[in-house]
Design a protein around this ligand. Structure first.
Ligand code: 13P
Length: 276
């Protein structure tokens, strides 16, 4: 594979943090720190909690930063107390949505099957899903990482029209690396991201009627799990890591801006490689 020009994405998942006032202040600080070098900017995505989507959305209006949501239900509307529908996200100009984050799987009973339903609904509504996959520590210790991640990707993509594969981003987030400071070693994260890419390519080859031309080499695959300004550069030098899904560090504007800068370097390297 020769340096495909994949989109570089830096996404900040704020999780259950920030009141609307705090979210506004953080958004303003991030916006004011962005470089004016629009050409080399990665795709930047802010993913606040639902309660701040509206206010952050108005701050991002006309700015080179996209809005994301942390989850969504797969129904359009109805008696589903406490849930948020794809139509409600679209209403607030949300573009990206996290699907199957490990905290949803661990603490809120989400399964591969519901991840598949959410992914289908997001795609049906023209949202850009970021599908999250990753193994638990005991699965890694039992040498099951590739099998677990392969199964998660396969289950999530079940019965999804292959013409929509090009709309999907996948984030590899090993569960043991999230919020622990134990980032996955960059080369190992790259290896698993390559496994994910191969899995997607195999699923496409199996289910495509060849009427649409998707190349898994064009799918952005992100790494997440204790990404910080001081470890992101090495991650973004890896062939198969096209960006970062950042948790804790995205709550600090200076940290996130430094991570975005590393994303800019990756964009520049991609452009140089393609120009050669
Ligand atoms: P941390 O960066 O806090 O480890 O969180 C990663 C994550 O879960 C992003 O979705």
């Amino acid at each position: 594979m020769k340096n495909p020009q994949r989109q570089v994405i830096i996404a900040g998942n704020w999780k259950m943090n920030k009141t609307t006032k705090e979210a506004n202040a953080l958004t303003e600080k991030i916006l004011s720190g962005l470089s004016s070098d629009a050409k080399n900017q990665p795709e930047i995505v802010l993913i606040p909690p639902f309660t701040s989507l509206s206010t952050v959305s108005s701050k991002l209006d006309g700015k080179p930063v996209k809005l994301g949501a942390q989850n969504m239900d797969w129904h359009d509307d109805g008696a589903y107390t406490g849930e948020i529908s794809p139509l409600m996200l679209l209403d607030l100009k949300v573009k990206y949505v996290l699907i199957g984050h490990s905290e949803r799987r661990q603490f809120f009973g989400e399964t591969n099957a519901t991840t598949n339903l959410r992914l289908k609904a997001a795609l049906a509504h023209g949202l850009s899903p970021i599908l999250c996959v990753g193994e638990l520590l005991n699965e890694r210790e039992a040498d099951l990482t590739d099998a677990v991640v392969g199964r998660q990707v396969g289950a999530a993509l079940t019965d999804i029209d292959t013409s929509l594969f090009s709309k999907i981003t996948i984030a590899y987030e090993p569960v043991w690396a999230i919020g622990t400071g134990n980032t996955c070693e960059a080369k190992e994260a790259n290896r698993v991201c390559a496994v994910i890419r191969k899995t997607v390519a195999a699923l496409y080859a199996r289910f495509s009627d060849n009427g649409n031309k998707f190349d898994a080499a064009t799918m952005p695959i992100l790494y997440g799990g204790s990404v910080k300004a001081n470890n992101v550069a090495e991650q973004l030098q890896q062939e198969h890591i096209d960006g970062s899904l950042v948790g804790g560090a995205s709550l600090n504007a200076d940290e996130l801006l430094a991570i975005i800068k590393a994303g800019t370097e990756r964009v520049k390297r991609n452009l140089t490689a393609v120009a050669k």
